[in-house]
Design a protein around this ligand. Structure first.
Ligand SMILES: [Zn+2]
Length: 59
């Protein structure tokens, strides 16, 4: 299953998140609970695999 690396910009905690489905794009930091997290390169070398674009263009 797809595993993504995240780094919390609030506390700097680094954690991995398993994505069963492409629903959740931005998880919360398990350490401080902040939503300010940055997704790092995943171990999976999948080309063109990122958050799905919003259905309805928001701008
Ligand atoms: Zn944090």
């Amino acid at each position: 299953m797809p595993v993504f690396d995240y780094v919390c910009v609030t506390c700097g905690n680094r954690f991995e998140k398993l994505h069963k489905s492409a629903t959740a794009c931005q998880p919360e930091c398990p350490a401080c609970g902040s939503g300010e997290v940055e997704r790092k390169l995943s171990t999976f070398s999948s080309a063109g695999s990122s958050c799905p674009p919003a259905s309805s263009g928001a701008g």
